[in-house]
Write a protein that binds this ligand. Structure first.
Ligand code: NAP
Length: 248
């Protein structure tokens, strides 16, 4: 039977490339997004026109009830989930002396609460403890977790540090229940996320000097690693974090 994958934040960037590659590999694909309905519908059409199966799942993954509802829609469509990619994320830019409750909560909701809420729903369906058949959870962190991020990115870096720790802890919690848990730390990848930090052209220049490979990465280069982690080829890879960062 076909495997089902749910990717959060799949309307553009890294999530969109994971969705396209997953469809090429024969997965049924749930594409979560927040606002970008047009972009996600175009991706669903690309996949279904190519003979694949995909659905768009609008939900703010930082909202516990919305996540529960999203998984129920996925249940109705395909009745199971094999792979969850916690990819949705938000990059903001502010100095620490300018922080307030809203600024810090916005980042942690999008990047960390989302990972908890989606993992909760996935575990309830995948874990052998709950009658499931196992599965794989992939958490998208960032090299910011170990480098501190670019200027103004402390909240983002701290949220990704939380993902690295969560990844280790969750691997211990559910590994013996048939669920493999791994993370990816992308480096500077060519997506719209960099608008918060001077835009893509600026980051292309930064990459020339700070990335040992001398360039930004493509979203598809992250997608390849995510799909490998999800595959049986990675059956003994668990609780680890893979840097996809051009040596940075
Ligand atoms: P992106 O191009 O900015 O896309 C972000 C995606 O997340 C969009 O699909 C967006 O949906 C969705 N999203 C944001 N908040 C959401 C929410 N609350 N609920 C549901 N969906 C939400 O980002 P990206 O560069 O592809 O990044 C993907 C992941 O990789 C993020 O976790 C990011 O931190 C991480 N990462 C990226 C880089 C990089 O250089 N690009 C480096 C390290 C790590 P809408 O389109 O509907 O708004």
């Amino acid at each position: 039977m076909k495997k089902t994958i749910l990717i959060t934040g799949a309307s553009r960037g890294i999530g969109a490339q994971i969705a396209l590659l997953a469809a090429q590999q024969g997965y049924r694909v749930g594409l979560n997004y927040l606002r970008n309905t047009e972009a996600v519908n175009a991706l669903v059409k690309t996949i279904t026109d190519g003979g694949g199966e995909a659905i768009a799942l609008q939900a703010d993954v930082g909202n516990s009830a919305a996540v529960k509802n999203m998984f129920e829609r996925l249940d109705k469509q395909w009745g199971k989930i094999d792979v969850l990619v916690n990819n949705a994320g938000l990059l903001t830019n502010f100095r620490v002396e300018d922080v307030d409750e809203f600024k810090i909560e916005e980042v942690f909701r999008a990047n960390v609460y989302s990972t908890y809420f989606c993992s909760r729903e996935a575990i309830l369906r995948m874990s052998q403890r709950h009658g499931g058949h196992g599965g794989s959870i992939i958490n998208i962190s960032s090299v910011a977790a170990r480098l501190g991020g670019l200027g103004g990115g402390s909240a983002y870096a701290a949220s990704k540090g939380a993902i690295d720790s969560f990844n280790l802890a969750l691997a211990k919690e559910v590994g013996a229940e048939g669920i493999r848990v791994n993370a990816i730390r992308p480096g500077l990848i060519r997506t719209t996320i960099h608008e918060a930090q001077g835009g893509l052209e600026h980051i292309e220049q930064v990459a020339k000097s700070v990335v040992p490979l001398g360039r930004m990465g493509a979203p598809s280069e992250v997608a390849q690693v995510a799909l490998w982690l999800a595959s049986d080829a990675a059956s003994y890879v668990h609780g680890t974090t893979i840097d996809v960062a051009g040596g940075r």
